[in-house]
Ligand binder design. Sequence first.
Ligand code: PSU
Ligand code: MN
Length: 307
Amino acid sequence: MTAKQLMINEEVADALAQGRGVVALESTLLAHGLPAGRNRAVAARLETVIRNAGAAPATIAVLDGTARIGLTEAELDRVCDPAADLVKLSRRDLGPALGLRGNGATTVASTSALAHAAGISLFATGGMGGVHRGAETSWDVSADLDVLASTPVTVVCSGVKSILDIPATLEVLESRSVPVLSYRTDHFPAFYLRDSGLPSPWRVDSPEAAAAVIAAHHASVPGDAGVVLANPIPAVHEMPRALHDELLRTGLELLAEKGVHGKDVTPLLLEHFHRTSEGASLDANEELVVSNAELAAAVAVALAESR
Ligand code: PSU
Ligand code: MN
C-alpha cells in the first residue's frame, strides 16, 4: 500500500518502533454495532483501558480514501457520527473504498488485514463473524473466518453470537488451522453468554500463557493463520439466559419477516437486541468489549516483554 493509502498515527508508530504493545480496534462495532452517542463513549473507554495497561490503541477506519491506523479525537467523532454515513467494509471492500477515495468502518476481516499491513499483531473486538444459521443454502459465511485463516493476527473477542451457527463456526476454524483459546474457562463463550454449550478446544489462564501460545503457534505452524482468544463476558454483566433466548427468537423472526440478508444481518439483530432489552444488551456489549481490550493489552505487553 502507498503512504497515502495507509497512514499510521504517531502514537502507534512510536509504540511499534519501540517494540511496545499495540492493540488494534475495529470501527464497525462503533459505526454499526452501537447507537450514536454511546458509541463515542465506548470508543474513548476502549482507548483509555489500553493506554492504562501500557499499550497503544490503534482504532482503524477508512477516511477520505486512506486507511487510518490510530484515529484522532475528531476522526473518532466522525466514525461515531451517523451523519458521516460510513459503509461497512469487509476485506474485499478495501480496494473500492481506497480506489474511489471513500469512507468506511472496518470489520474484523478488514481491520485484521490493515492491522497486519501496519505491523500490528493483536486486535480486540466484541464478537467476530462466522457461519450464519442456514448457510447451507444462503452461503453466508463471514469473511472474518477466511481472513483469520490467512492473517497472522490474534483476535481477542467474546466468541461469536448465538445468532450464528456456533458449532459450524468452530468446525471452519479447525479446518483452517486457526487455534481457539478460551480465557480462564473450558467453555467457548457466546458473546452475551459465558458459555455457548460447546467445549473450548484450548484454555489459557494468564496473558503470559496466551502470549506463549501465540508465539509458539507462529513458530511451528506453516502458513499465516491467526489465533482466536475468546474471553467470556464478565459474570456480573452476563445477560439472563431467558431474556437472551427470547430476544434471539424474536430477532430471527424479524430477519425472516424483513427478508434481510448479508451484511445487514448483524447490525439489524444488534439493534433489535438493544431496543427490545431496553439497554441491557447494550451494557453487556460495552462491558465485554472493554474487558477484551484490557485482556488484549495485557497480552500485547506480555508478547512485547517476551521478545
Ligand atoms: N459481532 C458483533 N458486533 C459487531 C460485529 C460482529 O457482536 O459489530 C461486526 C464485526 O465488525 C464483524 C462483522 O467483523 O460484524 C461481521 O459481519 P459479517 O457477518 O457481515 O461478515
Ligand atoms: Mn455475511
